[in-house]
Design a protein around this ligand. Sequence first.
Ligand code: MG
Ligand code: MG
Length: 626
Amino acid sequence: MKTGIATVSIAGDFATKLGAIAAAGFDGIEIFEQDFLASDLSPRAAGQMVRDHGLEVLLFQPFRDFEGLPAPLRARAFTRARRKFALMNELGTDLMLICSSVHPQALGGIDRAADDLAELGAIAAEYGVRVGYEALAWGRHVDDHRDAWEIVRRADHPHIGLILDSYHTLARGIDPESIRRIPGEKIFFVQLADAPAIRMDLLYLSRHFRSMPGEGDLDVPAFMRAVMATGYDGPLSLEVFNDQFRAGLPRLVALDGHRALINLMDGLRRAAPELSVDLPAMPAPAPVERVEFIEFVTSPGEAPRIEALLQSLGFRLTGQHVSKSVRRFQQNGVNILINTEQQGYAHAAFLSHGTCVSEIAVVVPDARQTFARGKALLAEPFGDGPNPGELDIPALRGVGGSLLRLLDDHSDLAHLWEVDFTPLAPADTGAGLMAVDHISQTMPFDEMLSWTQFYTAIFKGHKAPMVDVADPEGLVRSQAVKSGALRVTLNGAEARRTLATRFLADSFGAATQHIAFACEDIFATARILSDKGFAVLPIGANYYDDLDARYDLPAELLERLKAGHILFDQDEDGQFFQLYSRPFGDGLFIEIIQRTGRYDGYGAPNAPFRIAAQARLGTPVTIPKR
Ligand code: MG
Ligand code: MG
């Protein structure tokens, strides 16, 4: 399986694009003519530069408005094609993409288009190149791959074939099963892209919102299953137009793209074992069984304040690391580590982010298998070399350079607490916090798709639809991903002055912003917290008036919510209660929640009130770096 990506998908000049694409491990590129034209390189030099990066030019594109033209436009289209065939010879590529015409004077008719392509096939043969015909979803006369295939079939020329693009087929709602009837050898090239399920003009959606397979809502796997069933074994190439990607970090976008292809093909192999997918073996995705610990790194000076906060939340100091300045705080099944090391990874994390979440450890069925899957999906492994006698816990680099540790209950890794920690006191029930419900991570918007893919590719899980959260200073987009017991909400901050953006500036990049703990009786927990001196985030009275108007809650319940500064949400599945700590560190905070029934959300309607309440406390305003 050769993999490729269109140069238009990546930001930067031609050389930057090639560097990023090569580093991500692709085999080749679709050279987007504009990118070459803007480069000032001769065709030969451009082709050589591609090959010097260890890449192949898999496709030259796009050639527009060719078929169905009346004279004299028709003759001019053929002359133009000859010029581009000669250019392709110099670039060193033998395949051109022609997309279906949008020319206002183009005439319809399957046979007219087939005759034009057959004639072009003879010319292409002279130049030793081939032509693939693609139906644009907004083509003037041809907007469906079934019609494009009929034209190619009637053209009946060995140098004329079909190009399929998952976007054009799926965004128009065409059943991909219809692809199965096409002979694989007549499919010259396959382009892949996903897109969100937003109702808008297909051209506009395509130009601005295409995403990597798995990042949107189209059924790209079903499309690929049908393509593979034809016997197609040519390149799989990403053609993704997206405003974020075009402004994003070239290497990150290229890496995400390659990961998306690997994950797509791995999923296909598992769903349809009869298809021969040419991909190295990798372990299957597994769900997270629980979050075992969350580690904060801080300075020895700031540690007492954070430990006091933990104690006000009902946590008890129960252990001390055998060789490091790491203290274990516990209640029920929840473990929080406070790391004040002055060297190594944790200290580096503190120096670059300040007080932050430096590690999240999750329990999976087999930690080393999940680690191997992460590496196969291009996640960065991390090794910090344990001291002799301590456990070597596999870890992947996560959001903002933090670590995602992988543990299991079935290997030596199950003995973490006995091996690496000296017990100080037994755990107790504390304030009734039972588990980590979710972890909220904030990042620039362009990183959000990337981390969504990281979690959903490595672990067995799914993502919820993206929601918009209204910060008083602008919009924050929120994407929840869930794998078994792990729930992560990823917040993409775009506007310059939102609380999320300020958090990014203060924490120097993407990081965990809040952790939510689940309890079983939020009123009982709130009482204990209040006894322990926990400082709750005060919520204004207007919120409760509005709540009353929206839900017609019993007066007594409303009173208890108001007294406890507890926020409320409900849907057809159940109810949701939440309360927040005041911010600490550089804007971190703690949330405590209770879910009833099958409520599966995160209280998104309450976020503006929470953000406004935090803003009233006067989080320092700093100018974001980006
Ligand atoms: Mg295309
Ligand atoms: Mg939350």
